[in-house]
Write a protein of this length. Structure first.
Lengths: 158, 109
């Protein structure tokens, strides 16, 4: 999917909002209009965890996945385990997004997404938009670092 | 006690949402996640299903909090299922009561 196909909406009724309060919780909401779908995002950054909701055309909560980094031995690079905890389509739509978010951020991730199943392109678009936003917010590592987050960095963050 | 709920939601009409999500955190993470809904049934008295889907399963106060909230939600015209996450340092009755009353004060249903 080309970059030019994604358009950010600046409709005054649906706005991107960044909400930082003194409790250390950061909430970011935004909407992206794709050609045939509208994707809504809500990112809640807690101290040790990030909650992400991805809505496709509606505000339905969708399937819920929890993902976390782990390693069997300290010398290993961190691996990621993902669990489906609510809902879950037959192709686990959203679980791969959760897995890659953990790899890029090193934090525990809880992801809710109502992307319809059998839509790999839509899933990929949603993930790309989300990663771009997380990078701009500073929650994810920049593009130049390709390898997964090493365990020592993961431990110091969690 | 810290409490965060969505203050700015990207979909402009919150009442069109099909689910309700509440998050309360003191510990820097979501903590225990519960799912609660009103069961469809033929009897006059409503029945509710509350379950812990991730986290502490041995804290009865968390289940009680979920149960209270789903009952409040179900008193509205179109009851919706609830996903509730509680990351709390103490599970005392006062804390849970405060959570329930705060959520009901800021209700969106």
């Amino acid at each position: 999917m080309a970059e030019g196909d994604v358009r950010s909406t600046h409709n005054p009724e649906i706005v991107s909002c960044d909400d930082n309060n003194e409790d250390g919780v950061q909430i970011n909401c935004f909407t992206e209009d794709l050609e045939s779908y509208t994707l809504h995002f809500q990112i809640i950054r807690l101290q040790k965890q990030i909650f992400v909701w991805i809505g496709c055309n509606s505000a339905k909560f969708g399937h819920l996945y929890a993902a976390a980094p782990f390693a069997l031995r300290k010398s290993q690079n961190s691996m990621v385990s993902v669990a489906s905890i609510l809902g879950g389509a037959s192709d686990n739509t959203g679980s791969s997004i959760a897995r890659r978010l953990v790899l890029k951020t090193g934090l525990n991730i809880v992801l809710a997404c109502n992307i319809p199943k059998n839509s790999p392109m839509l899933e990929a678009d949603a993930e790309k938009i989300l990663i771009q936003k997380l990078r701009s917010l500073g929650y994810a590592r920049p593009k130049s670092e390709g390898s997964p987050v090493p365990l020592s960095k993961v431990e110091s963050r969690t | 006690m810290e409490q965060s709920s969505s203050r700015c939601f990207p979909v402009s009409h919150k009442k069109l949402s099909l689910d309700i999500k509440v998050m309360a955190s003191q510990i820097g993470s979501m903590g225990t996640i519960l799912h609660a809904r009103k069961e469809e049934g033929m009897s006059i008295d409503p029945t509710y299903s509350v379950s812990v889907i991730l986290g502490k399963r041995d804290e009865p106060m968390l289940m009680a909090c979920g149960r209270q909230l789903i009952q409040h939600i179900s008193s509205s015209r179109s009851p919706k299922p609830l996903v509730l996450s509680l990351g709390l340092k103490d599970h005392s009755l006062e804390t849970l009561k405060a959570i329930v009353s705060t959520v009901v004060e800021n209700r969106l249903w």
